[in-house]
Design a protein around this ligand. Structure first.
Ligand code: ADQ
Length: 475
């Protein structure tokens, strides 16, 4: 059987000790790697004054982990630079925040080349290679230059934006050309896939082959939609764990969650946190009767805080939360509780279960796993209501959520009011449908479908139960 090599910017396999704090994605990839006696390769998270290419190899819970340190300058240009100041904002439709420095692009290419050179000696002829996310788009090109002919696949976790946005990148063409060195390219949604195809067909004169693949730059690749999921079964299990129950009970004891609404996001400008708070403020303004009843618990651990745009959004949120609490708090009641820290998955599960509604309001999001985790944590007898942005990839599958436009404080306010008043029968009906989707399209299905496509298994097509119509605005 061929081995699987997973390549991602950061490598975080479960240690076996604190498994409850590792994300479902890491667990699923680690499980696949164990099954295929594979290797997980990427950046160690450390920097050195000069790049040495020294591989650190470890065995972690049955998975071979291979990491390499980055040079400080590479870290600035590749990670803080091209990945997080160029591709991330642009692919989330924030042209205003996108930096187009040439040095960032050079650092990005250099690191991809260095990663490929470091990985090269580990690759055996039958291995299949699966590269993850926007940090590593040119990996296959660099590996091919080194003579690697193995099957190589790529999965983009973030959106692929509209054609007009892609072309604002000074070097958009070589970036897309690099993608044609992959055998399979996976996107989160049909919409992203279509945007990619649109670029290829209209910008660089590419075409579709008879069997539905894409031909451009003298190469052929297979592009598909592979919506990612969570480990729903495991999430439902940890929801009943002692630690999750303790968190749930603690909130129950304080009665703070009689009408608790929850938000859980990395502190990122793409997540629509300001818009969510403005929506909540509107709700408090319009619903005097709810003012002492409804509380928003917003958990937002700091992320990429060396990047200025992240410091800016953090300051704006601090100010906004201060203003709303200042206006609407009582001596014994604070409407917004705001926490900039991480929690274990089992603790999050307890919080999700205690919340009557979740606000998941990104302005753009590849998928959004929090929406799925919230659903998987609910009590089937008394489930809460998911309020979900139409701009999250998850909205394409989770149509029984209350779908909103996060740019409208009124829509957020109306959806909150509707969610908190929703009768049990409707909540159950909606939840059952959502849970069915979360369970069927889980992380294992995602992984297996992608790996099957990468292995060239003709019987398996990209899994996609998404229906082509636009998500309805239900509030
Ligand atoms: P992210 O942008 O990180 O992922 P998301 O899909 O919501 O967004 O995943 C966040 C994960 O972090 C969730 O599993 C959540 O539980 C966890 N998390 C958030 N806050 C936390 C906290 N305070 N403590 C502990 N854990 C916390 C990118 C893309 C998404 C895509 C995923 C997977 O941007 O669109 O869904 O990859 O492909």
């Amino acid at each position: 059987m061929s081995r699987l090599i997973v390549v991602s910017n950061r490598v975080n396999p479960p240690s076996g000790k604190g498994e409850e704090s590792v994300g479902g994605l890491a667990m699923a990839l680690a499980a696949a790697l164990r099954e295929y006696s594979g290797i997980w390769f990427g950046w160690s998270g450390k920097t050195t004054p000069e790049f040495t290419g020294q591989l650190n190899m470890q065995r972690v819970e049955g998975v071979t982990v291979a990491t390499v340190d980055l040079e400080e300058g590479d870290y600035q240009e590749y990670y803080n630079g091209y990945a997080n100041k160029t591709l991330w904002p642009l692919f989330h439709y924030r042209v205003d925040l996108t930096a187009y420095d040439r040095s960032f692009g050079e650092g990005y290419d250099r690191v991809n080349k260095r990663f490929a050179e470091t990985l090269r000696p580990l690759i055996e002829p039958d291995d299949i290679i699966w590269v993850h996310d926007y940090h590593l788009i040119p990996m296959a090109r660099e590996l091919r230059r080194l003579g690697v002919t193995n099957r190589i696949g790529f999965f983009l976790h973030i959106p692929w934006p509209a054609h007009q946005l892609v072309v604002t990148l000074p070097r958009h063409r070589p970036l897309v050309e690099a993608m044609f060195h992959y055998d399979v390219i996976g996107f989160q949604t049909e919409e992203n896939l279509q945007a990619f195809e649109g670029y290829v067909l209209n910008e660089v004169g590419g075409e579709k082959t008879e069997d539905g693949r894409l031909r451009a730059f003298g190469q052929i690749t297979e592009a598909g939609a592979f919506p990612i999921g969570i480990d729903a079964e495991d999430f439902a299990r940890i929801t009943k764990s002692p630690r999750a129950m303790r968190v749930y009970d603690r909130m129950a004891a304080h009665s703070v969650f009689r009408k608790m609404v929850v938000g859980v996001d990395r502190l990122d400008y793409s997540k629509g946190l300001e818009e969510r708070l403005l929506g909540f403020e509107r709700f408090l303004h319009d619903h005097e009767e709810a003012r002492r009843e409804v509380m928003l618990l917003q958990i937002a651990p700091l992320s990429r805080d060396e990047v200025e745009a992240y410091q800016d959004i953090r300051h704006r949120l601090d100010g906004l939360i201060g203003r709303i609490n200042g206006a609407y708090a009582e001596m014994d009641f604070t409407p917004i509780r705001y926490l900039n820290r991480s929690y274990r998955r089992d603790e999050l599960a307890g919080v999700y279960r205690a919340a009557k509604a979740a606000l998941v309001t990104p302005l753009r999001d590849g998928m959004n796993l929090v929406a799925k985790e919230y659903v998987a944590s609910q009590n089937p007898e008394d489930p809460g209501v998911l309020i979900l942005s139409r701009f999250a990839g998850a909205a394409r599958q989770m149509k029984e959520a209350l779908i909103i436009n996060p740019n409208s404080p009124e829509e957020i306010s109306d959806a909150l009011s509707r969610a908190l008043a929703m009768d049990e029968a409707e909540r159950k009906r909606r939840w059952e449908d959502l849970m069915d989707n979360v369970t069927r399209q889980d992380v294992t299905a995602w992984r297996d479908d992608f790996v099957a496509a990468l292995k060239g298994d003709p019987t398996v097509q990209a899994a996609n139960t998404e229906t082509p119509d636009e998500p309805a605005v239900t509030t």
